[in-house]
Design a protein around this ligand. Structure first.
Ligand code: C2E
Ligand code: CA
Length: 243
């Protein structure tokens, strides 16, 4: 697990709604300089603006695929999610490059899901739709991230043909029975399931959140109630060394 000019990767575990067992990990970029940690919310937009997200995006993809390949020797069903920035489409070869990197990893089809932040621009929807179609044929899945923020449009899901929705943590954290957030989450799960789309509840912070959400039957949970983003050694200590 090598640093790339101060960049490294953390992995946040995701758990199955059915039995709370480990399902996969989301790779999250980290940046450290002179002993100071900078949050991605700060440096990702800067990298996007400076056109640096392309190289960084491919770097984290390769790094995470290699890591998950190693972990799958002990956890054969482990899945991987990697965030994909719309800025990466600035490179005209990106769709094929991602497929090439995935093939080179040697992982079987449908281990990797790329997460897109929900978007309002129709132009972006078109781009994601084309990419999704091509990637799907190559065994790479797509998830819509931060779902419920922005101007969510359920019809858009059909265009994009994503296989997973991640419900934004503002709806999920501290969720209460019968509230607007609860009914919204319930509707999203029902709609998604009727369309063969899996739902991940993000930012599940407490056991109470899990208890409130469980009747809605989301497929996956991710959040501090289960675990935080972990460094490679931390993940191995918790999920590999102990098995
Ligand atoms: P995201 O994709 O929505 O990632 C989930 C964020 O929620 C992570 O923040 C994670 O640490 C945080 N989180 C997880 N569980 C909880 C919880 O229970 N409560 C709360 N309050 N937060 C929780 P992080 O790592 O700071 O990343 C922030 C954002 O930066 C990500 O949001 C993603 O949009 C972006 N990002 C991170 N890594 C990458 C990357 O490699 N590429 C791209 N394009 N974007 C990235
Ligand atoms: Ca994400």
């Amino acid at each position: 697990n090598h640093d790339y000019e101060g960049f490294y990767v953390c992995y946040q575990p995701q758990f199955r709604g059915a039995d709370y067992t480990l399902d996969g990990v989301e790779a999250l970029m980290r940046f450290r300089a002179d002993g100071v940690e900078y949050p991605p919310a700060l440096f990702i937009p800067i990298m996007e603006q400076m056109g640096l997200i392309h190289d960084a995006g491919l770097w984290i993809l390769k790094q995470a695929l290699a890591q998950v390949t190693i972990w799958r020797e002990k956890l054969p069903e482990l899945y991987l999610n990697v965030n994909f920035s719309l800025g990466q489409f600035a490179n005209p070869d990106i769709i094929e490059t991602v497929i090439k990197i995935y093939k080179e990893s040697g992982l079987p089809p449908h281990v990797l899901t790329l997460e897109f932040t929900e978007t309002v621009e129709m132009e972006d929807v078109d781009k994601i739709a084309i990419a999704t179609k091509t990637w799907k044929a190559a065994g790479i899945d797509v998830a819509l991230d931060d779902f419920g923020t922005g101007y969510s449009n359920l019809a858009m899901l059909k265009e994009i043909a994503c296989s997973e929705i991640k419900i934004e943590r503002t709806f999920v954290s501290n969720i209460k029975d019968g509230t607007y957030s609860y009914l919204l989450t319930s509707s999203i799960v029902n709609f998604a399931h009727q369309n063969d789309i899996a739902v991940c509840c993000e930012g599940v912070e407490t056991e109470k959140d899990v208890l409130t959400l469980s009747p809605l039957k989301p497929d996956l949970y991710q959040g501090y109630a289960f675990d935080k983003p972990l460094k490679v050694e931390e993940f191995e200590e918790a999920y590999i060394d102990s098995t």
